[in-house]
Design a protein around this ligand. Structure first.
Ligand SMILES: NC(=O)c1ccc[n+]([C@@H]2O[C@H](COP(=O)([O-])OP(=O)(O)OC[C@H]3O[C@@H](n4cnc5c(N)ncnc54)[C@H](OP(=O)(O)O)[C@@H]3O)[C@@H](O)[C@H]2O)c1
Length: 299
């Protein structure tokens, strides 16, 4: 198949592209080009915020894998613009180009009642996809880890120089980490599984961990001992406010921590992985083994 992968230059996107090529698909990637092209595939530079050019990107494609998403807002890259308007722009372009299949990246916790704007915008995008007239499949992952991730690597990196690691809100919220290879398997596998059309899958590993347990596992993988320091929510909120102000103005970057993320952290991000395992037929990688493949061990 000829497949358009939006966000193909990102953390999840690169693995999706790798597996698509491995399975013999032809791949075109759409991204703004801020991180360079993706080796071995045709790359179209463009933003989903602008309808111009999207039609050309979709032309001749059998399927769209729509991965574009942001965790932090910066200038015109707001959740509403990227997740909702961007999805609508791309849906219109894909429909006009005659694309039939749409495989969509949402997030676990997406819902109309969520306190986090990120989740509400992901939910609104799902609504567009459901009503968009294509054969769709939607995936809602919990936290995704793997080489190049922004979460496990953040804490592993911090453990190199800091005697303490912060445990937001005491770290009791639970996650269901899933390996990026497993997430990509679902996206690529959906292309030749017509029975997945019209379905929403929660994507997670078999294990549930509190944030404290995740940090403990990361520390074990690095071979270091560090103090896990509970950070009260009010202090996290204050930090986020400061970083949200400083980062865009001083560094021209999105803040590494924002108040919307804190709202997401206040609740568990766990779901039911059984339908994913049943329909895609694989055993998810275990977190302990998965992170040991890429987290550097201290000498
Ligand atoms: N990582 C996780 O734990 C996790 C969990 C659940 C759901 N998700 C979802 O998975 C998706 C991918 O996440 P990721 O971790 O791979 O993020 P990422 O590494 O930041 O990748 C995001 C991709 O989107 C592209 N992009 C951003 N804005 C764009 C725009 N306006 N137009 C076109 N392309 C744009 C980026 O490329 P350029 O910067 O070059 O444009 C990049 O290729 C997102 O939708 C995210 O919400 C991730």
């Amino acid at each position: 198949m000829q497949v358009l992968v939006t966000g193909g230059s990102g953390f999840v996107g690169r693995e999706v592209v790798r597996q698509l090529l491995e399975r013999g698909h032809r791949v075109r990637v759409l991204a703004r080009g801020t991180r360079g092209g993706v080796e071995g595939v045709e790359t179209v530079a463009g933003t989903i915020l602008e309808p111009v050019g999207l039609r050309r990107a979709c032309e001749g494609c059998d399927a769209v894998i729509h991965l574009v998403g942001i965790i932090t807002e910066l200038k015109e890259q707001t959740y509403e613009a990227v997740h909702v308007r961007g999805t609508q722009n791309l849906l219109s372009a894909a429909t006009a180009a005659g694309v039939r299949r749409w495989i969509h990246m949402s997030a676990m916790g997406a819902g109309p009642e969520s306190e986090a704007r990120y989740h509400r915008s992901k939910w609104a995008a799902e609504g567009l996809v459901r009503g968009g007239g294509m054969a769709w499949t939607i995936f809602q992952p919990s936290i995704v880890y793997g080489a190049g991730d922004g979460f496990v690597n953040l804490f592993a990196g911090m453990s190199r120089w800091s005697p303490v690691l912060p445990l937001m809100g005491g770290g009791r919220m639970r996650f269901q980490p899933v390996a990026v290879e497993d997430v990509a398997r679902c996206f690529v596998g959906a292309l030749d599984r017509p029975e997945t059309v019209g379905k929403v899958y929660e994507v997670g590993g078999r294990e549930r961990f509190t944030l404290r347990e995740i940090l403990e596992e990361i520390l074990k993988a690095t071979g270091r001992r560090r103090w896990l320091m509970p950070v009260p929510w009010w202090l996290g909120e204050l930090q986020a406010r400061v970083l949200e102000w400083v980062f865009p103005r001083v560094l021209g970057k999105g803040s590494p921590l924002n108040r919307d993320q804190l709202r997401m952290l206040r609740r568990d991000t766990v779901g039911d992985e059984a339908p994913m395992i049943r329909d895609f037929g694989f055993e998810p990688v275990r977190f302990r083994e998965g992170i040991r493949k890429y987290v550097p061990r201290s000498k």
